[in-house]
Design a protein around this ligand. Structure first.
Ligand code: NAD
Ligand code: UDP
Length: 319
């Protein structure tokens, strides 16, 4: 799509070499905008953006968001942060710095540019939730000193910073609380449950169910999430969020394993392994707010999304 100069924006996507960010960039480029991706390549990869290498609308910058950034942009999506428990617990101090310093640096830039900034927050702000399904007004149940705290509390402080910059400095903020999202371009060794199960099934390795496998998650296909993020960014300035973005259909990890085995036709065994500390027992978004204000509802159900995801992993994983 070619855009007129006036409506063509220059958009910064931090964390754009990652799973969600690379799909978001494809969408923004497809809409005719110019995109600057800033990423330190901790969990992301150039491979996710290889198809854009010669596209004049796209620019990659190796940059760590814990450092200030001075660039001319019209909008900012702040996605930089490892999202898989395995990766965010690898260097927990760096994870907290990424969320907190990253938020400060990107908010400073947004205030200077007087541009909108969207924060990729997370359902982890609800911790191991005592309210089900989770509504935005629920304040959460997070262990502040456990192994997940670097991510959960980092993201909570980032939300605090977004709202304080909004109140104190007039920052034009948007906060999305993203629930478990999956799809092509997840890294085969990402460590999150969907990619783990699919890769294990394709390789004929054991499917690793943590705990009883009866804990629940609600899985959103990445195209649906990207649609929600763009709609949120395009919403009126008065709407700051936080707003839940996720698919409200809830599954146990056993049900997910069954679906993966069925669709891959794999004969992998299921093995049960210890449940990681503070692993939330249940998770399901209440998306009434997103439906009402953004007119957004996910449209891709697990069977369809898993089909796309399995097809992708078949092309990148050795059986
Ligand atoms: P991902 O790990 O694939 O992508 C994160 C990207 O951020 C990577 O490219 C990584 O290299 C980059 N990054 C990490 N630290 C950085 C730093 N200090 N400076 C610059 N870049 C840095 O994860 P994802 O699933 O694409 O998640 C993207 C965002 O969405 C994250 O902020 C995550 O917390 C949020 N989110 C994702 C999910 C999900 O299920 N995918 C759920 C909730 C929230
Ligand atoms: N999980 C699992 N096997 C795996 C990886 C994860 O059973 O190989 C479980 C994990 O314990 C959690 C759920 O799947 O209950 C989702 O885990 P993930 O790491 O994908 O995301 P999060 O816990 O952050 O929602």
């Amino acid at each position: 799509m070619t855009r007129q100069y006036q409506s063509r924006k220059r958009i910064l996507v931090t964390g754009g070499a990652g799973f969600v960010g690379s799909h978001l960039i494809d969408r923004l480029i497809g809409q005719g905008h110019d995109v600057l991706c800033a990423d330190n390549l901790f969990t992301g990869s150039r491979q996710n953006l290889e198809h854009l290498r010669h596209n004049p609308q796209f620019e990659f910058m190796r940059h760590d968001v814990t450092l200030p950034l001075m660039v001319q942009v019209d909008e900012i999506y702040n996605l930089a942060c490892p999202a898989s428990p395995v990766h965010y617990q690898h260097d927990p101090i760096q994870t907290t710095k990424t969320s907190v310093y990253g938020a400060i640096n990107m908010l400073d830039l947004a205030v200077r540019m007087r541009c909108k900034i969207l924060q990729a927050s997370t359902s982890e702000v609800y911790g191991d939730p005592a309210v089900h399904p989770q509504v935005e007004t629920y304040w959460g149940n997070v262990n502040p000193i456990g192994p997940r705290a670097c991510y959960d509390e980092g993201k909570r402080v980032a939300e605090t910073l977004f709202f304080d910059y909004h109140r104190q400095s007039g920052a034009r903020i948007k906060v999305a609380r993203i629930f478990n999202t999956y799809g092509p371009r997840m890294h085969p060794r990402d460590g999150r449950v969907v990619s783990n199960f699919v890769v294990q099934a394709l390789r004929g390795e054991s499917i690793t169910l943590f705990g009883t496998g009866l804990q629940t998650r609600s899985f959103c296909y990445v195209d649906d999430l990207v649609e929600g993020l763009v709609k949120l960014m395009e919403s009126a300035d008065e709407f700051t969020g936080p707003v839940n973005l996720g698919n409200p259909n809830e599954f146990t990890m056993r049900e997910l394993a069954d679906a993966v085995l069925r669709q891959t036709g794999s004969k992998s065994e299921r093995v049960f392994m210890p449940l990681p500390a503070d692993d939330p027992k249940q998770r399901k978004p209440d998306i009434s707010l997103a439906q009402e204000v953004l007119g957004w509802t996910p449209t891709i159900e697990l069977d369809q999304g898993l089909g796309e995801t399995i097809a992708y992993f078949r092309s990148v994983v050795d059986a």
